[in-house]
Design a protein around this ligand. Sequence first.
Ligand SMILES: CC(C)(COP(=O)(O)OP(=O)(O)OC[C@H]1O[C@@H](n2cnc3c(N)ncnc32)[C@H](O)[C@@H]1OP(=O)(O)O)[C@@H](O)C(=O)NCCC(=O)NCCS
Length: 169
Amino acid sequence: MHPTDSARLRFRTWRAEDLPLAIALWTDGDVMRHMGGARSVAQAEERFRDECANQQKYGFQYWPIFSLETGEHAGCAGLRPFHGSLGELEIGVHIARPFWSGRYGEEAARAVMAHAWAHTSTSSLVAGHGPDNANSQALIERLGFVYTHHEPWGPHQRMHPYYRLDRPL
Ligand SMILES: CC(C)(COP(=O)(O)OP(=O)(O)OC[C@H]1O[C@@H](n2cnc3c(N)ncnc32)[C@H](O)[C@@H]1OP(=O)(O)O)[C@@H](O)C(=O)NCCC(=O)NCCS
């Protein structure tokens, strides 16, 4: 199961043959600048395996997204357990460089949110961003998330702000 198509994006689950797409995305230092920097190929492969395992275990992952118009890989967007628990789910968006500046991140996030409310029982969604990622902060606030706290994140344990959005009534 995965989010349904949005206006410009197709969602599906990762397939084994997508590994080169995942590696290209997560080894890109610009895409990953605010998320601990470019991953090595080995780290990207590990992340890919984790995402495939999440789909098996939980029925969600950071799903790959593709341009409906051209079929080009546009990044990924999806859900994962927050702090290893299904009590709250974390939402995340990684948009490939050719798709920056077109509000694809917002479009993908809205599709993931609709999927989360319809197909999971989570009572709220959590989102965080790197301390200097003003574009991500703007997106999270546009989506209606409310700041809750800072906590250490990633290999360098930098303090990242976190936000929450409750399930609509
Ligand atoms: C940050 C992001 C989610 C924003 O998506 P969005 O709200 O739909 O906005 P857009 O893609 O239209 O981008 C907004 C601006 O951010 C810029 N931008 C996006 N990612 C950037 C990055 N890693 N470094 C520098 N600039 C970036 C875009 O060029 C654009 O600038 P502009 O408004 O001057 O044209 C999306 O661009 C993205 O996924 N970026 C890379 C990965 C990332 O940082 N994810 C968030 C993790 S918390």
